[in-house]
Ligand binder design. Sequence first.
Ligand code: HEC
Ligand code: HEC
Ligand code: HEC
Ligand code: HEC
Length: 163
Amino acid sequence: MYIKTLLIASFLLFLGGNYLTAQEFEYIGAAKCKMCHNKPATGAQYKQWAETKHAKAMESLKGDEVNNPKCLKCHSTAGSVNEDLIATLTVSEGVSCETCHGPGSGYKSNTIMKDRDKALAMGMIMPTEKLCLECHNDQSPHYKGFNYSEYLVQISHPIPPAE
Ligand code: HEC
Ligand code: HEC
Ligand code: HEC
Ligand code: HEC
C-alpha cells in the first residue's frame, strides 16, 4: 500500500515537472520591444541598442560565416537559442534585446512590464556580468579582453529619471 502511494506520488511529481518545463517563453524580436521602448522621454532603448555593435553583429560575418553555427552562437540571438522557441525573431538583428533580457512573449504586455516582479516571473532577465562572459571570452576569434564596467557604459540604455 505504502509503495503504491509512493508510486502515484512520484508519477504526479513527474507530470508536474513536465508541465513546468512545457511553459516556455518565445522570442519575439527587437521590433516588438521597439513599439514601447523607442520614445526619447523614456530613453529610446531601441535606438540606443541599434547604434551598438550588438545590433550590427551579423554585418561582421562574411560569406558562409552567416550560416556557420559556430559564429552565430555569439553573433546572433536567433542563432544561439532553441529554434522551436523562435516566434518573430530574425537572425539579421544580431545580438538583440532578448539575449540579455530573456524571451519576451510572456512579459511584453504593458501591465506585466510595469511590475518588475511580474516581469521577472514571466521570463524577463536583468543581466549581470556572467551573461556577457558567455560571449566575451577567449573562444571568440577576435577576443579583445573584457572589462565589465567599461563595456557596460558603451551599451548603456537607461530609463532617464522622472522629472
Ligand atoms: C507594451 C509596451 C512594452 C513592450 C512591448 C515592451 N516593454 Fe519593456 N517596459 C515597458 C514599460 C511600461 C516598462 C516600465 C518602465 C518604467 O519602469 O518606467 C518596461 C520596462 C522594461 C525593462 C526594465 C524593467 C525593470 O524592472 O527595470 C526592461 C529590461 C524591458 N522593459 C525590456 C523589454 C524588452 C526586451 C522587450 C521586448 C522583448 C520589451 N521590454 C517590450 C513597456 C513595454
Ligand atoms: C550573445 C553573445 C553576446 C553577449 C551575451 C554579449 N555580447 Fe557584447 N558583443 C557580442 C559580439 C558578437 C560583439 C561584436 C559585434 C561585432 O562587432 O560584430 C560584441 C561587442 C560588444 C561591445 C563593443 C566592443 C568593441 O569591440 O567595440 C561592447 C561594449 C559589448 N559587446 C558589451 C557587452 C556587455 C556589457 C554585455 C553584457 C551585459 C555583452 N556585451 C553581452 C556578443 C555578445
Ligand atoms: C564566444 C563568442 C564568439 C564566437 C564563437 C565568435 N565571435 Fe566574433 N566576436 C565576438 C565578440 C564578443 C566580438 C567583439 C570583440 C571583443 O570585444 O572581444 C567579436 C567580434 C568579431 C569581429 C569584429 C572584429 C573586430 O576587430 O572588432 C568579427 C569579424 C568576428 N567577430 C567574426 C567572427 C567569426 C567569423 C566567427 C566564427 C568563425 C566568430 N566571430 C565567432 C564573439 C564571438
Ligand atoms: C548586451 C546586453 C543587452 C542588450 C542587447 C539589451 N540590453 Fe537592456 N539592459 C542591459 C543591462 C546590462 C541593463 C542594466 C544596466 C544597469 O546595470 O543599470 C539593461 C537595462 C535595460 C532597461 C532598464 C533601464 C533602466 O534604467 O532601468 C530597459 C528598459 C532595457 N534594458 C531595454 C532593452 C531593450 C528594449 C533592448 C533592445 C532594443 C535591450 N534592452 C537590449 C543589457 C542589454
